[in-house]
Design a protein around this ligand. Structure first.
Ligand SMILES: [Zn+2]
Ligand SMILES: [Zn+2]
Length: 343
């Protein structure tokens, strides 16, 4: 099969073609696994973290991609949840141990043996991939393959982040950073918490305009002061400045949720600007969001179908994966980038 593979960690500023096209043997599903013929795979910021070594794959070559949509091509001898031809999705959670204290209470995202699709196992930047049937999801019919792909990560993690903020209807929500995940959170928040106002902080004017188009009551630059204090906030940026700047807008007792698998070190020195009375005093909280559980993905897909949340997508071919990744790195973003495969 054709795949775009990562052979080593590299710096995307020096190497604009980190992935190489390769011919790999077709994967063979194990007993409880399914073989999926990939039709769409979302391009996520986490791929940049993998390529640049902030969350390095344990072995190379590896096929990245964890927002995978496709059709079941073959089922393992003991796999019976799906039929051949069924449309399925695969997200960031590839597997978890199932027996530890975290897994037993449903917090499989915190499992020490958490395995990620497209990092610890080959993912969706390829014509085929395999997954345990218990870690694949049915996709609501109203979504096209491309629309469904970003829901599997950006959407599901956004859903988890929104849940972790503890927001109640009517409370002000702030979003700092306005990429794939945040634009879905905004749509979700408007549906689940119609009395809440959403305030968006974004670097580029294009992103701010996009936020207002989608219903943000206010959109400003990263450093700006919001017109009202915010009860909860979600940060979806790779940087530190937005966190420090966000905290000054947080209401007493408010919570900032950091939705990022890794932060880049580039502007880490900004943290010395952290001023206790301005940024943390008054019981302000900071919480990170780690991975996703299967429950997050299933619940979010259902919610996305009800609302409905249709992500804005921009399509690329499999061979253009590097172009999509570099554009993401350079923040040329409007909605979510998706690779179309096997067309
Ligand atoms: Zn992702
Ligand atoms: Zn576990």
């Amino acid at each position: 099969m054709k795949a775009m593979v990562l052979n080593k960690i590299c710096n995307l500023e020096e190497n604009k073609n980190p992935l190489e096209i390769a011919n790999l043997p077709d994967p063979v599903p194990g007993e409880k696994e399914i073989l999926v013929r990939v039709t769409a795979c979302g391009v996520c910021h986490t791929e940049l973290d993998e390529i640049e070594g902030r969350t390095p794959p344990p072995k190379f070559p590896v096929v990245l991609g964890h927002e995978v949509v496709g059709r079941v091509e073959e089922t393992g001898s003991k796999a019976d949840k799906f039929k051949i031809g069924d449309r399925v999705g695969i997200g960031w959670i590839y597997s978890a141990c199932g027996g530890c204290k975290f897994c037993l209470k449903g917090d499989e995202n915190l499992c020490e043996n958490f395995k990620a699709t497209g990092r610890d196992a080959n993912g969706g930047y390829a014509e085929y991939t395999i997954v345990l049937e218990d870690f694949a999801y049915k996709i609501p019919d109203l979504f096209s393959d491309s629309e469904a792909a970003p829901l599997l990560c950006a959407g599901a993690i956004g859903y988890r982040s929104l849940r972790l903020t503890g927001i109640k209807d009517g409370q002000n929500l702030g979003l700092t950073g306005f990429g794939a995940s945040a634009h879905l959170v905004l749509k979700m928040a408007r549906h689940k918490y119609p009395k809440s106002n959403v305030f968006v902080f974004a670097r580029s004017e294009k992103e701010r305009d996009f936020a207002k188009e989608l219903g943000a009551v206010w959109a400003g630059g990263t450093e700006e002061e919001s017109p009202e204090k915010l009860d909860c906030m979600i940060d979806t940026t790779p940087a530190w400045k937005p966190i420090v700047e966000a905290l000054k807008n947080l209401e007493g007792g408010g919570r900032l949720v950091i939705n990022a698998i890794r932060k880049e070190d580039r502007d880490k020195e900004y943290l010395v600007k952290l001023d206790y009375p301005t940024h943390l005093w008054l019981e302000k909280e900071i919480k990170s969001v780690a991975n996703v559980t299967r429950r997050d993905i299933s619940e979010f897909l259902e919610l996305a179908g009800q609302i409905p949340i249709k992500p804005e997508v921009e399509e690329f071919t499999l061979e253009d994966a590097n172009k999509a990744l570099v554009e993401l790195k350079e923040r040329k973003i409007r909605g979510a980038k998706v690779l179309r495969i096997n067309l």
